[in-house]
Write a protein that binds this ligand. Structure first.
Ligand code: HEC
Length: 155
């Protein structure tokens, strides 16, 4: 039995210089273990590298903290959302796309942030008045908050 295995090994190693299979028992146990470890390391290496690469970038722009609607930027979700609300709720029909005002001087909102406090702006949006409709029944507190923050930044 032992003799047979040995012969198989010799035959295998003579054959084209190929490494005989682990299962043939040609390698002493520690060597086989070492070989397995090497293979394991080779298989794992790309994953470890990929993980390291991910870790390297996550510190950068992966999870930016959401800024308030006041930070004027097209990449600011709150700011963009406020602009969408302003269009969707027909504010633009009286106040204009550029806040220039369409129905009188008071409808110009380009500098409303220096003219009114955010409480006053929120109050006007909620209760309307002076020709402006009431919005507290149409918009949520959150939506009014977004619009208020956005308009308060217009100075
Ligand atoms: C039907 C026309 C109309 C619509 C629609 C409208 N407004 Fe107005 N808005 C006005 C008028 C008119 C005034 C001036 C009221 C006054 O004389 O006190 C005004 C005033 C304001 C003011 C205060 C400006 C100031 O200087 O006193 C804010 C802020 C404002 N509107 C925001 C909005 C927002 C936000 C929307 C949409 C959610 C909106 N408005 C929709 C007509 C409108």
């Amino acid at each position: 039995m032992l003799k047979q295995t040995k012969q198989a090994c010799v035959a295998a190693s003579l054959n084209d210089n190929k490494q005989p299979d682990d299962s043939s028992g040609c390698y002493p146990a520690p060597l086989r273990a070492a070989r397995r470890l090497t293979i394991g390391a080779l298989i794992l290496a790309p994953f470890v590298l990929a993980l390291a690469a991910c870790g390297g970038t996550s510190g950068g722009s992966a999870t930016p903290k959401a800024p308030a609607a006041t930070a004027a930027s097209e990449s600011n979700p709150a700011y963009v959302k406020a602009q969408e609300l302003f269009t969707a709720n027909k504010c633009i029909s009286c106040h204009g796309v550029d806040l220039e005002g369409k129905v009188g001087v008071k409808t110009n909102l380009q500098k409303v942030g220096s003219k009114l406090s955010s409480e006053q702006i929120a109050d006007q949006i909620k209760n309307g008045g002076g020709g402006m409709p009431v919005y507290k029944t149409k918009l949520s507190e959150e939506e009014i908050g977004l619009l208020t923050d956005w308009l308060s930044s217009k100075k």
